[in-house]
Design a protein around this ligand. Structure first.
Ligand code: NDP
Length: 282
């Protein structure tokens, strides 16, 4: 029996690092998963300002630490604070999972896996579809890598700040179209993805709702927001298939759990916990 699963030893610790972290679903999802496998560990919420970040990351080297999830706004900066960054996290330009390997910190990215797993569950033929991606922030980077991994060859990226979309394309070294409007690409798009921050509040739409009428009837509309949004409502009104961001959240968490514990994640436990914990729509 490993030390982490021994009932008599002091509990191991792990947690989520961010600012803010009060809203994070990770504790509600990870603790029941640890408990379900009888792993003696406590998952905590570590509110950490930018000034506190170096000390927080250094604390992860302790014997009692398994690692941490990292959320906004620290996913980029922590890359320079860990000992090693995985090739995938390097490509994504973001670390969302830090694993303590005997005092040595490995930074990894599980958002890419989370998105591709969630997408392929509902859209196994993704490789044969073209995609339109709204947004060019950290989440959009993970989505582009996941779409590439899934075999999607045509990606059009649309962002308010065009230069940021061009930077994403150049950084990732992938062949994608940068456009200032989705209009031209939507008729051929089999997947429309919202990776902007717009969606959490009623009335927020990442594109003019009438543009949804340009999509084919078999198109899938994805919103990284992990609950229902006006975009998903409008897509369903038009008879389109939809996917929210909860699956991405659960699968990235499951992959992180496996990195922390070395054990297969109890996906059903994590799904139920995430469903119960996600905030109601505002
Ligand atoms: P970032 O801050 O890195 O990027 C935000 C993006 O939203 C940018 O493209 C920005 O455009 C765009 N944006 C913000 N406000 C507006 C606006 N008023 N009009 C048009 N575009 C706007 O955020 P992330 O990439 O980290 O997160 C994006 C979304 O994805 C969030 O809702 C987040 O909750 C969600 N997410 C979900 C995950 C999951 O597991 N389901 C995982 C990670 C993120 P510009 O560049 O022009 O400012």
């Amino acid at each position: 029996m490993s030390e982490a699963s021994s009932g008599s030893a002091a509990p191991k610790r792990l947690g989520v690092i961010g600012d803010p972290v009060a809203h994070s679903i990770s504790p509600a999802m990870q603790q029941p998963a640890l408990d379900a496998l009888g792993i003696n560990a406590r998952y905590e919420r570590w509110h950490t300002t930018a000034g506190e970040l170096p000390a927080r990351i250094a604390s992860l080297r302790g014997n009692d630490m398994l690692g941490a999830n990292v959320t906004v706004p620290h996913k980029q900066w922590v890359m320079s604070l860990v000992d090693e960054v995985s090739p995938l996290a390097q490509s994504a330009g973001a670390v969302n999972t830090i694993v303590n390997q005997g005092g040595r910190l490995l930074g990894d990215n599980t958002d890419v896996y989370g998105f591709s797993t969630s997408l392929l569950e509902i859209c196994p033929d993704a490789a044969s579809r073209a995609a339109v991606l709204l947004g060019a922030g950290g989440a959009a980077r993970a989505v582009v890598l996941a779409l590439r991994e899934a075999g999607v060859r045509e990606i059009t990226i649309v962002n308010r700040n065009l230069a940021r979309a061009e930077m994403l394309r150049d950084d990732l070294g992938v062949d994608l179209v940068v456009a200032d409007s989705p209009d031209a690409a939507l008729p051929a798009a089999g997947i429309l993805i919202n990776a902007t921050s717009l969606g959490w509040h009623a009335g927020e739409m990442p594109l003019a709702v009438s543009l949804l009428d340009l999509l084919g009837s078999d198109a899938l509309v994805v919103d990284l927001t992990y609950r229902d949004t006006d975009l998903l409502d409008a897509a369903r009104d038009r008879g389109l298939a939809t996917l929210d961001g909860l699956g991405m959240l659960v699968h990235q968490g499951a992959r992180a759990f496996e990195r922390f514990t070395g054990q297969p994640a109890p996906l059903d436990v994590m799904w139920s916990a995430a469903l119960a914990a996600r905030a109601p729509r505002s």
